[in-house]
Structures are given as C-alpha cells and as structure tokens.
Unconditional design. Structure first.
Lengths: 653, 118
C-alpha cells in the first residue's frame, strides 16, 4: 500500500538538516524539508548591521507556510545501516514475532540483507523468540538476535529474558519503539510506544541503550554484543527507534557512518596468588570435592574439568546447569558435600544451598544448618561475583566461604591445574590413586543401583520415566545426539542411564525455573544443532508446552529436526505436590489437591496438536511396549530433517 | 484390681501409643485411597519411586511401621495426621502396596541388561 508521508519541520528533521548543512549536498531521492532549507539560507546569508527592512518577497518567504512535499520512497532507510551493523556481529538467526515498531529492520533484513546471516525465524510469541535464543546460545556459544515491540512484545518476552538472565545466557534483543510522539500514527502506535522501553527488563538484563542516531546505534550495538559475551554472560537490549529505522539515511552521513570493530573481552582468570592458595588447599585435602555449576562455557571447559578432577582424583558433583563433566567418568557423582574437607565450587550460583539444608516444606518454621563437616574449607571461583543486581533475588543466600575467587572458572582452570600438578608429590599421588580407586567403586555401585531401580514399574501404565529414558537411549546411543531439555521433572533418568560426554549432550535447565522455557529452548537448541546433523531430543513437559505451543509450528515451518517426546503426566505436577503439602500441613482435604493443578477433563491430545502445527506425531501412547517402535519411526522423520513428536502418557516423575 | 492392671498392661503392649486398633488391610480400598489421597504423586502409580519420593511397592515396613512413618516422616514427605488419613486407611494402603508387582532383575530386561554391560 502506497503511503503518503507529509514532512514538515520537526525536531528530528531539524537535526538532520543541521547535520547536513555544511555539506550542502542535495539528496537525489530524498527531499529535505523546505523549512530546513530556508533555515540554512538564513544562516548563510546572515545580514550585516544595520539591518535593512525586509522586502515584500522576503517577508512572504518568511511568513508563508512552505509548500508540503510528498515523499514516497527512499533508496536507503536507516534500517539498512542497522542491518549492516547486525551483520558485522555474525548472527546466524533472528527470531521474531512480527511487530510494527521494527517493521523497518524486518524489511531491511529480508530485502537488503538477503535474509541470510541472519535468517529470520518466524515465531508465534515473543516468549518463544527469547526461549529459542536461550536454547540456541547454550549449544552454539553465542547469542541469537531477537526482535520485539518495546512494549507489548517485551511484555510477552520478559519471563524468558529473566530465565536467560538467571541462566547466564547471552541473548541479543532489539526492541522497536517510536520515541517522538509526533511520529506516532493513531492510537495503536501510541499504545505501542514507551518513554524507556528497556526499563521493564533492566533488572534482569546486563546492559541496554536507546540510540538517537545511526552512528550511536552502531556503537551501542557492538558494545552490547561485547558486554553480553563477557562472563557472566547475560541478555542485552538495544532499542531501535522506528523513525531512525524508516526515515532515509541522511545523505551526508552515508559515507561517514562507521561500524566499530567488535573485539570480545577475554574472560577474566583468577588472581594468581589466590589460585595458588586454592591449589595448595586442594592438593593437601584428604577428601576434596569439586562442585560444578556452569563451568563449561566451551568444549574446552569439559576437558579442563576432567583434567583437574583426574589430577586430584577428586569426585565431581555436577549440578547439571550445563554439560560439565562426562557422566560415565569414575569420578562423576561419587563424592558428597558432607564428607568433603575441601569443597571447590566452580560457577555454582547457589553455593549456600549446596552446603546447607533447610527445614523442608513438610514442617512448620524455618531452620537451616550446614551439611559440611566441621572445619571443611570452601573455595569458590565464580564470575557472578563480578556482576550483580539487587531487585530479583536469583543470587540466593550469601555463602560464607574461605577463599572466593571472582573470575571465570573455565579461564581459571588452566592455571589451577598447573599449580596443582606442581604440588603433587609422589606420596600425594599414591594417596590420590587409592582415593580414585575407591571413588570409582562407589560410582560403579551407584550405576548398578540406578539400573536396578529402573526396573521398578517397567511394565506400568502410565509409562515410567525410567522406561522412557531407557527406550530413548536404546535408539540414541549409536547416534550423534543432543538432549535439549532439562532432567528435573523426569527424576533425572537420562542423567542416570545415558552416557553424557560431548559438549552438546546436555544444555541444562530454565535458569529461573520460569515454566514455558522448555519447548522454545529445545527448538532453538535444535536449530543450532541442525547444521551439525545431530539428533536433538526434547523430553517435553505438558504444562510447559501449553504456554506457547506455537513454537511447534516454528519448528515445522523452518524444518528444524527435533524429536519431542511428551512427558505427559497431565498435571502441573510440582504444584500438585505443593498443594498436597499445604493440605497435609493444614490437616484437611488432600483429595482436593488436583483442583487447579491437573490438566485433565479433557485430556489434551498432543499428537493431534502437533499434527495441527504441521508436525509428524504419534500417540497418545500409554502402553510401554508401544514406545520403542514409535521412537524408531519418529527418529526416521527427524533424520530427514523434520520435527516429530510422540505423545507419551507418563508417570508423574 | 491386679487382674485389671494386667489386662491394661497387655492391651498397651499390643497397641502403639496414639494408634487406634485396625483390622486387616483391604487392598482394594487401599488402591482407591492411594489414588484419592495422592500417594502416587511422589511415589508413582506403580509405587516405583522417583525424584520426589521413595519406592514403596512391596514396602518393607509393616502396617504399624508405615503408620508411624506417615505420622512423622523424614525428608520431604508431608506428615499426614489421622484427621487426614486414618490408621485403618493406611493399613488398607499398606495392603495395596503389598500387591504391587516386584521388579524383575535388570539382567532379565534386555534394555537394562545392555546398560549393565556397558
């Protein structure tokens, strides 16, 4: 639809005119406001004193409203330059639900940018956009770009941004907004405009800016990327003013605008003296324990953690916020906080919770006590000590430790390993080997126990989560697979039965436990896995999917290979258990706990839902013997580059 | 008087303080209560246990042991008073738990046997 744009003198036009004044070049296809030209003329022909009286012609020129000029087209909207900036940062994809406040960038991405690097991913909800970027970053190690309205779109996106923030994941967010009220057309654009768009998420983003010129946009955009990628990594926001997007690039600026070079900051390693002291404590310990939070930023992080653990023959307690440590390793999970004399916490966001217990929900009151043994020493290496905000409380309770190293753990590990090796004497090495042999035996027994436990409920209907994990593993073990969902709600069965070893075998969880993360994060991670030909597997909780199921359409539309297997326990089950707890505390009505928590009557047919979004699906399956063949058929679909879903009716946990 | 005292002593010895006398468990009613009162929520429909609760299929505790535990549990389990679940109801639930099938040895399940060999 052709649009007629009436240009008259305003603040923005005046600024453009002033910037262009010295050059005095006329735009070929861009008309400058007549009033601005008149102003320039007045500047150039500044009269000398004494001032003669103006003639009739001059009086008329200065008092008659200038003729309006209709300008319909431009060859270079400002959004083209914004796309130039975006391209320099190496984004593969941009996820967005379309919005008028960033329509300029949208169009430029397609027609000026060629819809490549980044390629636009159509989302049905802004929470899906950010959730996808969250999952993508944990596979690819760099941010995905998302775009949203600065108002209603950001409101949709906000929970997902908080999840990414709490999970220390970089997400790059561009918000559309119309800063100048005189450029807002009608009530919709007024309702979709805001004074300070980023303020709504400032408590849980690392940095934001609202540039008022294209030059500033370039600088702020590059700065934002650098900040997002410096540990602790976090989401960042750039507000792209719609008028800057849509109006022509000022002719005189076209050859002058520069995009700064992006140089990522090297992650900070720990203070050398402190690292030496940590090494001394660890080598001298009789029962050291390594607790892994979000240690591995890169594949190298896993190798380094293995090297440290093997150097010390120390057990690793993997909190599974990331893929940190190979699950089949004999030092995996074979130690405990209560038996350690030195505990090394690497990027553990809740060290206090790791070392304390609290009165459980089943008792009145609140008491806490340490679970560490008396005299145990605690060392932390934590990038979270370098950055923090106060309003949202994801930082947890203050942890008393003996040596706190404010640094990135992965960057610190090489020096720590080296210092440990220097201190290991033959006697200590011998003691370490004996310790390692005992730990390996504990690890072996743990695995045997887990496998025997998996047999309980093997033939039950609904299907046990252990059976689900075993059936999946049976068909994944010889493939190049990537689990792109969390383990919390399936009793950690894949973690107990599968062999996790590669960096992309696991991506951790929500961050802030904001439900609705699972489905989009899985699709985003699968998008990152796509070019590597990996089979992405998502154990999809039913309650989670129902927040924004449109992401299934995104997966189908963009041909994102992903096997989703529903953990369909037909409830918001954690909350069901909580309400049961509350009823038991109040000594009444435990049989009512399902009200408001169950997702039944009617049961949701997720296979039908997936089909409606254009995805291969099977189910609902409640006979465990039907599961294996269904997985096989679904994997065949995924291998062809398409998503597939199996609706599995499951045990609660 | 002495006879009466002896009777009272005998009665106390056969009852757990604070517990009412119960009849033999009714597994059928126990199944109904297992579902109604939400035991499955943490322990699973098959009593197999999981991340939220222990395995209770073919529970090793006797009925009195189960009652005692449910009134004052350890860990994350909420305490259920006799106002919420009576001793008799717990006895019925106990009877139902005893009917649940035992697990086969993992070596007799091919998928688990394969895991054991790794």
């Amino acid at each position: 639809m052709a649009r007629s744009k009436k240009i008259s003198v305003d603040r923005r036009g005046f600024l453009k005119g002033a910037a262009a004044g010295a050059a005095g070049a006329a735009a070929a296809l861009v008309a400058r406001p007549e009033a601005a030209k008149a102003q320039d003329a007045a500047e150039v022909h500044r009269p000398a004193t004494p001032t003669p009286l103006p003639g009739a012609k001059q009086t008329a020129a200065e008092t008659t409203p200038p003729p309006r000029v209709d300008v319909y087209t431009t060859d270079r909207p400002g959004s083209d330059f914004m796309v130039d900036v975006i391209k320099t940062m190496g984004f593969e994809y941009v996820a967005a639900n379309p919005g008028s406040s960033f329509r300029g960038i949208h169009e430029s991405l397609l027609n000026y940018g060629g819809n490549k690097a980044p390629e636009l991913i159509t989302c049905c909800h802004e929470e899906s956009s950010v959730g996808m970027a969250h999952g993508y970053a944990k596979i690819e190690g760099k941010p995905m770009l998302i775009m949203a309205h600065g108002t209603v779109g950001l409101q949709h996106a906000s929970m997902a941004i908080y999840n990414a923030y709490a999970d220390r994941v970089p997400v790059y967010i561009i918000l559309g907004n119309i800063l100048d009220g005189r450029w807002r057309r009608g009530d919709v654009e007024w309702a979709h405009s805001v004074q300070d768009a980023a303020s709504m998420v400032r408590d849980y983003t690392k940095w934001d800016d609202t540039p008022v010129s294209l030059g500033q946009f370039a600088e702020s955009a590059v700065r934002a990327y650098k900040i997002a990628m410096t540990p602790p990594m976090e989401p960042v926001v750039i507000v792209a003013d719609a008028v800057l997007q849509e109006e022509p690039m000022p002719e005189d600026e076209r050859g002058k605008l520069q995009i700064p070079k992006l140089t990522l900051a090297q992650p900070p390693a720990g203070d050398y003296g402190a690292v030496k002291e940590a090494a001394r404590m660890l080598v001298n310990a009789e029962s050291p324990l390594i607790v892994a939070g979000r240690v591995a930023r890169t594949p190298e992080g896993i190798k380094l953690l293995v090297e440290l653990a093997e150097t010390l023959q120390a057990p690793v307690l993997d909190r599974r916020f990331r893929m940190n440590f190979p699950s089949p390793h004999p030092l995996a999970g074979s130690g405990s906080v209560g038996s350690a004399d030195v505990i090394l916490g690497l990027e553990v966001p809740d060290m206090w919770n790791t070392t304390h217990t609290q009165t459980p929900i089943n008792r009145m009151g609140m008491e806490s006590r340490p679970i560490t043994k008396p005299g145990a020493k605690i060392i932390t290496v934590f990038a979270g000590d370098l950055f923090g905000k106060s309003n949202y409380q994801d930082f947890g309770r203050y942890a008393e430790v003996d040596l706190a190293i404010a640094a990135d753990a992965e960057a610190t590990l090489p020096v720590l390993i080296e210092e440990c090796k220097k201190l290991v004497t033959p006697d200590r090495k011998s003691a370490f080997e004996q310790r390692g042999a005992k730990l390996a035996e504990v690890s072996r027994r743990n695995r045997e126990r887990d496998i025997e436990q998996a047999a309980w409920g093997w033939d039950a209907s609904p299907v046990s989560t252990a059976r689900m994990a075993a059936e999946l593993w049976n068909q994944l073990k010889d493939e190049d697979w990537s689990l792109v969902s969390d383990l919390t709600f399936v009793s950690n069965w894949p973690g107990r039965l599968w062999e996790f070893s590669k960096p992309y075998h696991f991506i951790g969880g929500h961050g802030a436990y904001g439900v609705g993360y699972g489905a989009p994060a899985a699709v985003g991670a699968a998008l990152a896995n796509k070019k590597h030909g990996r089979i992405s597997v998502n154990i999809q909780c039913d309650g989670d999917l129902n927040y924004a199921p449109g992401v299934l359409w995104t997966a189908a539309h963009h041909r994102i290979p992903l096997l989703s297997i529903m953990h369909n326990n037909r409830a918001y089950h954690q909350e069901l258990m909580y309400v049961e707890d509350m009823a038991a505390r109040a000594r009444r009505g435990v049989e009512q706990a399902h009200i408001g928590t169950a997702i039944t009557d009617p049961n949701i047919d997720y296979a039908m839902m997936a089909k409606a979004y254009g995805m291969f699906s099977e189910g609902p399956i409640d006979n465990p013997n039907d599961l294996g063949p269904a997985i096989k058929r679904a994997i065949e679909v995924v291998k062809k580059g398409e998503p597939a879903m199996i609706d599995l009716v499951t045990q609660p946990r | 008087m002495k006879k009466l005292f002896l009777l009272a002593t005998f009665a106390a010895a056969t009852m757990i303080p604070g517990m009412s006398q119960t009849h033999a468990g009714d597994a059928s009613n126990g199944k109904r209560l297992f579902l109604r009162d939400g035991c499955y929520e943490c322990h699973g429909y098959a009593g197999q246990g999981g991340g939220a609760g222990a395995r209770i299929a073919t529970i090793a505790l006797n009925p009195q042991g189960l009652i005692r535990y449910v009134r004052a549990p350890a860990g994350q389990m909420p305490a259920y008073t006799d106002k919420v679940i009576t001793d008799q109801e717990l006895t019925d639930i106990h009877a139902y738990l005893q009917t649940m099938p035992k697990a086969k040895p993992a070596k007799d399940i091919p998928l688990l046997n394969a895991l054991q060999k790794n």
